[in-house]
Design a protein around this ligand. Structure first.
Ligand SMILES: [Zn+2]
Length: 245
């Protein structure tokens, strides 16, 4: 069942403008090797990506492998991650210049007889909606679950189904800071995929509060790997507070 996630939008690609809507706000300068790292991942072995979202690339590929669909990634048609360049046919900086995007199954299409085909002479950049390869549609929710936007979800003119790109949601999933709505949205995607709920954010400060007196008893940072503290996590989501007797 494809999950359409037009809500997860790409950041505006600007190498100098600052503000939460811009790539540079979250990922710094483009084509900056200091911001990049290599991370080991299933299927693709290793990818060269932005440090701030490297763990998310790994988690996405782990979850794709765990779901048993990593064979859908065509190793002979891998388009890569980091590349210091402009967008195809345009003058704006490509998100690949920050190492936050990955291109998969670059020449895969859905043919009119509903079979997936590979067209060697044409990439699926700017293809029609009815040409989007089912393999990419199947992989997309796993990227969405980590806050990546999918080029197959964009409007018709800019459809780019090979392309998956980290956003500020990816950063917030890893570092904390998702709004309540964003958290719910990501959890809905994860639930549909049978994935465990998100942790409440590596490094997120949790206040332990006496539920009667309201006294703060302790404050600590949640270690990585904690997936859920309690079934009703509203206070943790809203206020970073864990109430105890
Ligand atoms: Zn791309």
């Amino acid at each position: 069942m494809p999950i359409r996630n037009a809500l997860i939008k790409p950041l505006v690609r600007s190498s100098w403008r600052k503000g939460p809507g811009y790539v540079s706000h979250w990922f710094g300068k483009r084509c900056d090797a200091a911001g990049l790292t290599t991370v080991e991942v299933p299927r693709l072995r290793r990818v060269y990506v932005h440090k701030r979202v490297a763990e998310a690339f790994r988690e996405v590929l782990l979850s794709i492998a765990a779901a048993g669909i990593d064979h859908l990634i065509d190793l002979s048609d891998y388009g890569g991650t980091y590349c210091c360049r402009k967008v195809r046919g345009g003058s704006a900086a490509s998100p690949h210049s920050w190492g936050i995007a990955i291109d998969l199954n670059v020449h895969h299409f859905l043919a009119s007889d509903d079979t997936e085909i590979v067209k060697t002479g044409r990439t699926n950049f700017h293809c029609a909606a009815h040409e989007v390869a089912p393999s990419l549609e199947a992989l997309a929710p796993f990227f969405n679950a980590w806050g990546f936007t999918w080029g197959g979800d964009w409007n018709t003119k800019y459809l780019d189904p090979m392309h998956f790109e980290a956003t500020e949601l990816t950063v917030k999933i890893l570092e904390g800071g998702l709004s309540k709505d964003e958290h719910r949205y990501i959890e809905t995607i994860r639930e549909a995929l049978g994935m465990p709920p998100l942790g409440y954010g590596t490094g997120q400060a949790i206040k332990v509060v006496h539920w009667v007196t309201g006294d703060m008893l302790a404050e600590f940072e949640l270690p990585a790997g904690i997936r859920r503290l309690c079934e009703n996590g509203d206070h943790i989501e809203d206020q970073g507070k864990l109430y105890v007797e």
